[in-house]
Design a protein around this ligand. Structure first.
Ligand code: LLP
Length: 395
């Protein structure tokens, strides 16, 4: 992880948001990378933290974050998770279903300072991988606007005297075209305006989620952060007819992905016959367990040999070491003289890699190293040890 890159990226987003909105609230979606060292940097850069579980909230606390600057998401939060959040003075909880409203109401004590936000499903279907699209009506997240659930949720919270401050949506992830976020923002702002007309409820807070895409390969052309902020804030302002309230955004990937590089060591290089010729496999000392994204979403990456350059390239398929087909990167160009011991660097792995890693096949998860601002190198997560891998089990 490159600290200078991460800090620069956060400050670029923060400044772009500040230029476009009078009361901006920038959060970092910690699911993208919840390594404590990364959370500490995000907090130091002034980010609030979006946590999606008690575990992510605990990580934020361990990283030194102010709990009042954290907010808790989750479509199926447990009673104990909510209790932990409330007693540890979390800033906001984002409500996802009617049962959760009852649960919070039954746990509520008047000394709690936590504010509540209603998650809406605005009915927007973004252009992205189906598995990371969340704003459409057919989603497990939040209250639908279209079937009246959002309005009923607000009425229920008001009836129970709960401290509702506003509304939230997140329409999807790795979005290279901003129209879904613009539409989502406009729809929840329009909804908030209607709630004022119908129920006299004046919104103090809207959050339009995250979702801005990043450059995994040259085929991905993400929007400029300033342009993106201008479009999204304009959509919200126009639909709401005012901008005297706090607007939140909670990007994950676009803040942290490009700060990360994964280094693999090349092991066996092997050619096999195929129906059309040969395929050359390059096996590396990692795979599905440290980066499940190619297997889950078919995500492409930019892969290079570190160090020495070569003019002559051939076609290779990089595979992991797991007992699966585990093709990480299929038919990519790499130097012809690629050999055992070479280092491959995979770019743009700072988001949804370490946070989605597992111990599949009982491989220890790799360490995370921070190239710090001053140029020195710091281990922010060491490699798993076998002792800790087995510590919670008995034979
Ligand atoms: N807010 C909410 C409520 C979210 O659900 C998400 C992502 C974000 C913010 C941050 O979205 P971002 O800015 O990172 O796009 N594992 C998948 C991504 C799942 C995203 C889930 N929610 C992947 O590796 O592509």
């Amino acid at each position: 992880m490159d600290e200078a890159h991460l800090r620069a990226r956060i400050s670029e987003y923060r400044e772009a948001f500040k230029i476009n909105w009078p009361h901006p609230e920038l959060s970092f979606a910690t699911k993208a990378n919840s390594t404590l060292g990364v959370l500490r940097i995000a907090s130091e850069e002034g980010c609030h933290l979006d946590v999606a579980s008690e575990g992510e909230f605990r990580a934020a606390l361990l990283a030194g974050a102010d709990p009042s600057l954290c907010h808790l998401h989750g479509n199926n939060k447990s009673r104990s998770e909510i209790e932990f959040a409330l007693t540890n003075k979390i800033g906001k909880i984002v409500l996802d279903h009617f049962g959760e409203i009852d649960m919070i109401s039954s746990l509520w004590k008047k000394e709690y300072a936590t504010k509540l936000v209603i998650r809406l499903a605005p009915g927007v279907d973004p252009v992205t991988h189906a598995k990371i699209s969340t704003g459409q009506s057919d989603t497990k997240f939040g209250f639908n606007i279209t079937d009246g659930s959002g309005e009923r949720a607000l009425q229920k919270c008001l009836g129970l005297n709960l401290p509702i401050i506003g509304f939230h949506c997140h329409v999807g992830s790795q979005l290279l075209d901003p129209s879904a976020q613009e539409a989502g923002g406009a729809l929840i702002a329009e909804f908030a305006r209607q709630m004022e007309q119908l129920h006299g409820y004046r919104t103090q807070y809207l959050n339009v989620g995250g979702g801005l895409g990043v450059r995994y390969t040259d085929a991905d052309v993400p929007m400029d952060i300033l342009d993106y902020n201008r479009l999204v804030t304009t959509a919200v302002r126009n639909a709401m007819g005012r901008d005297d309230f706090t607007l939140g955004q909670e990007p994950g990937r676009s803040l942290v992905a490009e700060s990360g590089v994964t280094l693999y060591t090349v092991g066996v290089v092997k050619s096999v016959p195929t129906s059309t010729g040969t395929r050359t496999y390059v096996a590396v000392d990692g795979g599905l367990a440290d980066n499940p994204r190619p297997a889950l979403y078919g995500s492409p990456y930019t892969v290079e040999r570190a160090g020495s350059v070569s003019a002559n390239h051939g076609q290779f398929t990089v595979s992991g070491r797991h007992c699966e087909t585990d093709r990480l990167f299929e038919n990519i160009a790499l130097p012809n003289d690629l050999a055992e011991g070479d280092i491959l660097q995979v770019l743009c792995t700072g988001a949804y890699n370490s946070s989605m890693a597992s111990n599949y096949n009982r491989y220890p998860r790799p360490p995370v190293v921070l190239l710090s601002n001053g140029g020195d190198v710091r281990l922010i997560a060491r490699r798993d040890s076998y002792d800790e891998m087995f510590a919670r089990e008995t034979a």
